[in-house]
Design a protein. Sequence first.
Length: 251
Amino acid sequence: MHTPMPSPEPASPPDDSLLRDLVLHAVCSGLAGLIPLPFVDEWAERFVRRRMVRRLPHAPPLPRARLNHLANGPSPWLRGCLMFPVNVVRRLILWPLKRFLRKLLIVLAVKDCVDAAAETFHVGCLLNHAWSRGIPATTDAEAQLLRRVVMATIETVDARPFNQLLRHAFAQSRGRLRQARRSVAAMLRRWRRQAEPHAAPAAEPEPEPISLLVSAITEGLRHESGYLLRLTRAFDQQWEAAHTSVGGPST
């Protein structure tokens, strides 16, 4: 017999400190795609998401594989040993063309930044909400279910208000994207050197190009608290449906 699922807490948006930290990691994951090195750009994006999830206030202790699954989902490089060489070759062939097109059409770079940043923010926001409710991720099966519900929520919610906010912020910074890319690369090197992953976000100020983006997006989100409430309520509905279909994970 399964124990009852955690009862929903009244949904509330993240506090200012958490909101800024989520936005900081979202921006850095978006800018990571501009790093001009194949494989490194994708590694950086996944690294930022792992760091964000590990820092969430209600995050439980997680082994690396489970943390990576919750933050990033299945690795795109390791979907079978036979496909790995094919993915590597495809990446090496297509990446120079992708970089060339980005130089010609900056709008492609902005779209990539927005898509990556939006997913990062939503994953962090929803995982924090789930863990604040006491939803478990103590086994691989629980973590997989939680990841599925998070992604299902992202797919069903009308994210246009949030994506428009991101697009506006990144578009306003198009002239500084190259400088922001260098800044995020420096931040990633600093984060990797940090011995303690839970160091306070304000220990060192963000570089100006990143700080301007983070401040603009965070301020916009303060005026979109209704969107954040709809997001967490949509998660609660998705979780109820998933919990019913599988009989409910043990807590």
